[in-house]
Design a protein around this ligand. Structure first.
Ligand code: 4AD
Ligand code: MG
Length: 462
């Protein structure tokens, strides 16, 4: 017999069908005459109730061995359930214990555990309702992302994880080396990188953008979707040292086209998740954030606000609000400013654009005013910045000047400059942080709880 996933049993199967299910026991109520097992196999928020009669072969022996966390296989007939909140239950014909779980030491008790505690047992936390639901929604989000781009004929490009360039110019890169650090420390000499694996200093990528630009200016619309790494020492609920980023890059797009695509993109993913994960989404709305569905509906139903950075600064200055960080034209906005704009002032997503050139990387197109660049950040309620992007500088001379201004050595980026020498075109793109998107759609407060194994300062367990 084929194994049927619990989600399918609960959703599609009919009374009198015979099925086999396998999974992990959430709870068991054992009695001499019959027992109830709540089985979960990760496919659904709801458990399948299995009724096991004492007449089942080996009943006593099996029931004795089954506690919370044990793995079992059961075959049986589905019946309409008299119980509340479930359409169907299973009456077992056979029950087999696959792996026992010691009730004394099993860390997941029936009570609700704090997310902090669950992070310490990240190897078991996907067995909880919330983290299981996050994993399913994260999966649905990634499928929706690929659908969005594939249905628009974008090409998925795999950009390298190991690189020698610092796209964002922020110097927050993890170095990759095979040099023996202990020996080097003892020798106290200059490091000879020609002896290193790649023959020069190399790092984990902070962004696939520069390579995506190469493909966009050959293949047309494309996107990357992969892990990125930042050695920024920010212990916040929105920063990870390893996170996944989606970076579309489009030739012939100017900033307005870029903003339109970003908005359509977010709206499309939110719409898909609401349609495809309704059970998990209702759970998040009930247990994690009571305003979640309302917030998401606001995103799917309304246009995003578009506002130049300069006007945002004016709004913040006039707001009369006390911020921890001062607002001043020419300074980067802090998360508190971004959240004020999107949560309190506009109460909907906001796209800020045309930022001061001094706070943005070398690759952004310089505006005619000479002071600002064609940058855009998409801000959403509860998360703040979810997307950062720009129109790219396509003019060779201006780009070289900007590189020098940003302490980026043009010779190191000769290949990037070549794109401006041979058939240069206006082009644009952006990067969306997958985990921040999953935070937005689930309402989860801490980014560490929306990635299976978070990497943060001083933490690389599991
Ligand atoms: O704004 P960022 O730094 O933009 C870039 O990397 C561009 N190269 C993208 C592009 O134009 N192709 O990062 C993009 C997004 C942010 O808006 C945020 O959602 C996410 O990546 N992000 C992080 N997410 C989690 N932890 C971190 N430390 C993050 N840093 C950025
Ligand atoms: Mg940014």
């Amino acid at each position: 017999m084929n194994i049927t996933r619990v989600a399918r049993v609960l959703r599609d199967c009919q009374p009198e069908e015979e099925v086999e299910v396998r999974g992990w026991v959430r709870t068991i109520r054992a009695k001499p005459a019959f027992s109830f097992i709540e089985l979960n196999d990760g496919s659904s928020l709801k458990n399948l109730q299995i009724v096991v009669d004492a007449a089942v072969d080996g009943y006593e022996e099996s029931i004795k061995q089954i506690g919370t966390g044990a793995s079992v296989a059961a075959t049986g007939t589905l019946k309409e359930s008299p119980g509340k909140g479930q359409r169907i239950e299973m009456h077992a014909a056979t029950l087999r214990v696959i792996g026992t779980a010691d009730a004394e030491t099993y860390p997941l008790q029936k009570k609700r555990h704090s997310f902090e505690f669950l992070r310490e047992i990240a190897h078991l936390r996907p067995r909880t309702n919330t983290i299981g639901a996050v994993a399913r929604v994260r999966n649905a989000v990634t499928a929706s992302i690929h659908n969005f781009f594939q249905s628009r004929d974008f090409v998925y490009v795999h950009t390298p994880i190991v690189t020698a360039s610092d796209c964002e110019g922020a110097g927050e890169m993890f170095q990759v080396t095979t040099l023996d650090l202990t020996r080097l420390a003892q020798m106290k000499t200059e490091i000879d990188y020609s002896q290193d694996f790649f023959g020069k200093p190399s790092y984990l990528t902070v962004s696939g953008q520069l390579e995506a630009e190469i493909y966009a200016t050959s293949m047309g619309d494309c996107y990357t979707f992969g892990p990125t790494f930042r050695a920024e020492n920010s212990n916040t609920s929105r920063h990870l040292a390893e996170f996944w980023m989606i970076e579309p890059e489009m030739p012939f797009y100017e900033l307005d086209d870029n903003m339109r695509l970003a908005e359509e993109f977010i709206r499309s993913v939110v719409t898909d998740v609401l349609a495809n994960c309704s059970e998990d989404m209702e759970f998040f709305n009930l247990r994690i954030d009571k305003t979640l569905l309302e917030t998401l509906k606001n995103i799917t139903d309304n246009e995003f606000i578009r506002l130049p950075y300069t006007e945002a600064v004016e709004i913040l200055e006039k707001s009369g609000k006390k911020f921890d960080y001062a607002v001043e034209w020419g300074r980067d906005l802090q998360s508190e400013h971004e959240r004020f704009l999107t949560e309190e002032h506009f109460k909907q997503p906001v796209i800020l654009f045309d930022y001061p050139r001094t706070i943005k990387p070398f690759y952004m197109r310089v505006n005619d005013d000479g002071k600002t660049v064609r940058a855009m950040d998409v801000l959403v309620p509860r998360v703040g910045e979810i997307i950062g992007g720009s129109q790219r500088e396509e003019r060779y001379d201006v780009l070289v000047d900007r590189m020098k201004e940003c302490d980026v050595e043009p010779d190191d980026y000769w290949w990037y400059l070549d794109l401006r020498r041979y058939g240069s075109v206006p082009h644009s793109g952006f990067g969306l942080g997958l985990e921040r998107l999953v935070q937005l759609v689930t309402g989860m407060q801490n980014i560490r709880d929306v990635i299976p194994f978070p990497r943060t300062p001083k933490n690389a367990e599991f």
